[in-house]
Design a protein around this ligand. Structure first.
Ligand code: FAD
Length: 633
């Protein structure tokens, strides 16, 4: 409900209606807390500040996990999605990344429709100026720009890039939270005054282009998946029309223009000192860091079905507009391009996430929670995932109930929150599958099985979702049990044209799915009754069968990692020989030469998966090494 004449007292107040705020407010309201979402403008609810897309590698897992806890991001992305693609499809299902290009307007409409009609939730358009503490230093409420005070039991701040935001475009600097929107200055000052460890980070966005001015004939078309796979476990199909994206490339001339003008980029002139997202660098950053590359790929992504705006993904920049004009025209297909809005970089304050408990409540101020970009992350999905956890815990705290914590063994949300609260950030944090040590079991396809039961237990899952989930699990368990009871010997299999090891062991239909050459179609030839299993359940069972052996091994790996933290790493270790380490990690480890596994794990950027690779390698080397000392003795 949109609220005028709102009551002054709430159980939970959420500040900021971005991606973290939307999830925090709805999660809190789902738990029955009387919730207010106080944000600058109703029109910008559901605004995508940068790229018009959701999901991707690791990020798609987060959207599914938000959905599994009955969050709203997946539903809105399904309603607005105009090109769905499952990334990494050539690799195992554990690292598939659901992604969708979204129509900006449809996404905003879907989100506003949900938020303005959500039970227990009042949306209040206002600028939050300050937070109010009671005499014991506990959160008591907020002051808004009209001077009014709203009181609450718990407060969630999700102000994104707005805290003392400063936009850079060449030599020009403008205080703003996003282009055309004012920054949150007093709130930033208050958090600093309260003694929070804070820092500055930066991010950037590319120019927006007029589709009519692009020569599409020299670009490569990229279709979406057919049929598209929805994000939400509540949806079985996508009904929004689907359109393709296009791919183009920078040229030698583009690189030359940028190199000639680096001194005018605020990042290189010293005007910006803060760190930007390493995995989403600006085009000037790419040209400097990957100087040997002759061209870079650019995805030309439509911003909507009835919108002529194109988002050129891959060329975010803070260069001045005259340089942007020059380098854009040198890109294949953009010779006569018309720019609708120029790119820019933005610097903003963040709070060191080590100031937070795993509930995202601050350690300093009881009742105060922080979620989203304010905690040093980047991306809608990372923001939404923190939002849902903070919103749930704020409502639980206000009701005097037990906290809700997600572990890194059971969810990507847990991995992210553990990383943030224990390690802090040195650059904007984004999710990758490599951050999770249990990634074979933390899959996008089984997010509902991992999290929906936890959501049902604390009461944040609607009866509709709960019924759909129960039906699915019954169907899955019955089908699996049926398949485990159908058994066959290798000799019998041969009569169906399948040859496996003739060991005389009877294998079940479920076990046989582990063999690459045996799929459901072959099983159906043997047992025609399997035709009754619906496609969605077949896919789920096939994935579970594929991973059933590996998951045991993975868990053993993790236990051994925990045991072996003190394992010594030789000073002359050749990290390039380890296998599975990125070039960046090899360089970092070779430079740091950590003495043992524990020291290696503290190096920034080292993932749990890379620690497992290090362990395997060192142990293998130890087994190979002749025992010189013993021989001498
Ligand atoms: P936001 O989505 O920023 O929402 C903050 C909300 O808080 C807004 O609605 C705002 O109006 C409200 N608000 C702020 N202060 C107040 C106040 N005092 N009172 C009331 N309301 C307030 N992410 C990527 O993954 N890749 C990128 O390349 C990328 N580039 C970006 C480029 C730019 C220029 C910007 C601005 C962001 C970019 N992002 C990028 C980040 C992405 O937009 C954010 O990660 C995501 O939106 C963060 O969500 P959030 O909910 O934390 O904050």
């Amino acid at each position: 409900m949109q609220n005028s004449g709102y009551p002054q007292k709430f159980d939970v107040i959420v500040v900021g209606g971005g991606h973290a705020g939307a999830e925090a407010a709805t999660a809190s309201a789902r738990l029955g807390a009387k919730t207010a979402l106080v944000t600058h403008k109703i029109e910008t609810l559901g605004e995508m500040s940068c790229n018009p897309a959701f999901g991707g590698l690791g990020k798609g897992h987060l959207v599914r996990e938000i959905d599994a806890l009955d969050g709203v991001m997946g539903l809105c992305a399904d309603a607005a999605g105009i090109q769905f693609r499952m990334l990494n499809k050539s690799k195992g299902p554990a690292v598939w990344g659901p992604r969708a290009q979204a129509d900006r307007k449809l996404y905003r409409q879907a989100m506003q429709n949900i938020l303005l009609n959500y039970p227990n939730l009042a949306v209040i358009p206002a600028q939050v100026e300050d937070i109010i503490l009671d005499s014991s230093g506990r959160i008591a409420g907020i002051e808004i720009d009209s001077g009014a005070v709203l009181s609450c039991g718990a407060l969630v701040i999700t102000t994104g890039t707005f805290l003392r935001g400063l936009i850079h475009q060449g030599e020009n600097k403008t205080p703003a939270g996003r282009v055309g929107e004012k920054p949150a200055v007093r709130l930033g000052e208050t958090l600093q005054r309260l003694g929070f460890m804070m820092g500055r980070l930066k991010t950037g966005t590319p120019a927006r282009l007029d589709a009519k001015s692009i020569d599409w004939s020299v670009t490569e078309q990229q279709p979406g998946d057919n049929p598209p796979t929805p994000f939400s476990f509540l949806n079985t199909e996508i009904t929004t029309p689907q359109i393709p994206c296009h791919i183009t490339h920078t040229t030698a001339e583009t690189h030359q223009v940028i190199r000639d003008n680096l001194h005018r980029s605020p990042m290189y002139s010293g005007q910006i000192e803060s760190t930007g997202p390493r995995y989403c660098p600006s085009i000037e950053d790419k040209i400097v860091r990957f100087a040997d590359k002759s061209h870079h790929q650019i995805f030309l992504e439509p911003e909507g079905l009835d919108d002529d705006t194109i988002y050129p993904n891959g060329i975010s920049t803070s260069l001045p507009v005259d340089v942007q004009d020059k380098f854009l025209c040198s890109i294949n297909g953009l010779k006569d391009v018309v720019v609708k809005r120029y790119g820019y970089a933005i610097e903003y304050d963040y709070v060191d996430p080590r100031e937070l408990y795993p509930t995202l409540q601050t350690k300093k101020i009881p009742g105060l929670f922080l979620a989203g970009q304010i905690n040093g992350t980047t991306g809608y999905e990372e923001a939404g995932a923190q939002g849902i956890l903070a919103g749930l815990n704020a409502a639980l705290l206000a009701a005097g109930s037990e906290e809700f914590i997600l572990s890194r063994t059971g969810s990507y949300i847990g991995v992210m929150i553990d990383d943030l609260t224990t390690r802090g950030v040195t650059e904007p944090y984004r999710m990758f599958t490599s951050r999770a040590e249990y990634r074979l079991s933390l899959r996008a396809d089984n997010a509902d099985q991992r999290l929906t039961p936890l959501g049902i237990k604390i009461g944040c899952v609607s009866s509709i979702r709960s019924d759909i989930f129960d039906n699915k699990i019954n169907d899955l368990n019955n089908s699996k049990a049926r398949m485990q009871n159908l058994q066959i010997t290798p000799n019998q299999l041969e009569s169906f044209g399948v040859q496996i090891n003739r060991d005389g062991i009877r294998r079940s239909a479920f076990d046989l799915l582990r063999y690459k050459e045996i799929g459901f179609e072959k099983l159906q030839e043997i047992w025609p009754e399997l035709a009754q299993i619906v496609p969605a359940i077949r896919e789920q069972i096939s994935i579970e069968a594929l991973y059933s052996g590996y998951i045991d091994r993975q868990e053993a790996d993790i236990r051994s990692t925990q045991r072996d933290e003190n394992l010594k790493l030789p000073v002359d270790m050749d990290y390039a020989a380890v296998g599975g380490l990125s070039a960046e990690l090899i360089a970092k480890l070779s430079k740091a030469r950590p003495v043992n596994i524990a020291a290696a794990s503290k190096i920034s950027g080292i993932t749990p998966a890379s620690i497992v690779n290090l362990l395997r390698y060192v142990k293998k080397q130890q087994r190979r090494k002749p025992k010189v000392e013993n021989e001498a003795a």
